[in-house]
Design a protein. Structure first.
Length: 263
């Protein structure tokens, strides 16, 4: 059996893999999970205790069970800890795009949480966001925050809908940081229609727009298409993104900047 000890990031990656297995099968015996992940039974119990406490799955007597009502691809509490090193690298690269005194629009994706933490130290900043988590991350700082209100979506811990889009018509941002759930050959998709429409509103409300998306989102589609990457001025991604997907974005005339979290 492979030793279970590792860095915090490695442990979290293993737990995300466990969560995917349970979501895929619906229910798996804990002993079988330990064998498939090549860790000790004690380590697997610790992993499942952690995931159970975070309300990502149910741990019962000898089995782990998926929540039937959680969409694994969209639940924020699932996505928040995935690819943490990449999200930190994004924050380092993106904070330089912001000038003191700017008005910045920040999307609700967990990809932008580390950036929000960094922006708390920027002088004279005004932030517009639909994300309650981004709002909480900026609490206690000198940043002036405007929260877009509408229907609340628990899986995203944010608001979306026509009222939020109307609010944006009366606001103007110097810069928008926007995330994507699915990108395929330069086309954009989202599983929730209200959020697909919100992305268009973000672009209209900002002088300059940056799409921030890690490699895991490429090559995929979702229920609601909403145009392509061509409306953005810059896309920031990581070095693991397939070259064919990067080329498709560049062919749309968009600058692509790649970060390597390993450097």
């Amino acid at each position: 059996m492979r030793p279970s000890r590792g860095s915090e990031a490695e442990v979290e990656e293993r737990r995300q893999a466990v969560l995917r297995l349970v979501a895929q099968d619906g229910e798996i015996r804990i002993a079988a999970l330990a064998e498939r992940m090549r860790v000790s039974l004690m380590t697997m119990h610790r992993d499942l205790d952690n995931l159970h406490q975070r309300q990502l799955l149910r741990k019962g007597r000898g089995v782990a069970t998926a929540f039937p009502d959680v969409t694994m691809e969209s639940a924020l509490r699932f996505r928040e800890h995935a690819h943490a090193d990449v999200k930190t690298a994004f924050a380092e690269a993106l904070v330089g795009e912001v000038v003191p005194g700017d008005t910045v629009l920040i999307d609700c994706g967990s990809t932008l949480f580390p950036l929000a933490r960094r922006l708390a130290a920027v002088d004279g900043l005004r932030v517009i966001t639909n994300s309650l988590r981004v709002t909480a991350l900026l609490a206690g700082s000198a940043v002036e925050v405007t929260v877009l209100g509408d229907r609340y979506y628990e899986d995203f811990e944010s608001c979306a809908g026509p009222q939020a889009r109307r609010q944006l018509q009366d606001l103007r941002a110097d810069l928008a940081f926007v995330t994507a759930t699915s990108v395929r050959e330069g086309r954009l998709f989202h599983p929730v229609h209200a959020y697909a429409e919100s992305k268009h509103a973000y672009l209209r409300a900002a002088d300059r727009a940056v799409l921030v998306v890690d490699h895991s989102k490429f090559g995929r589609t979702a229920t609601h298409p909403y145009g392509d990457v061509g409306g953005y001025d810059l896309m920031v991604t990581d070095a693991a993104t397939p070259e064919s997907e990067v080329r498709a974005v560049r062919d749309l005339g968009v600058e692509v900047r790649t970060v390597d979290p390993g450097t």
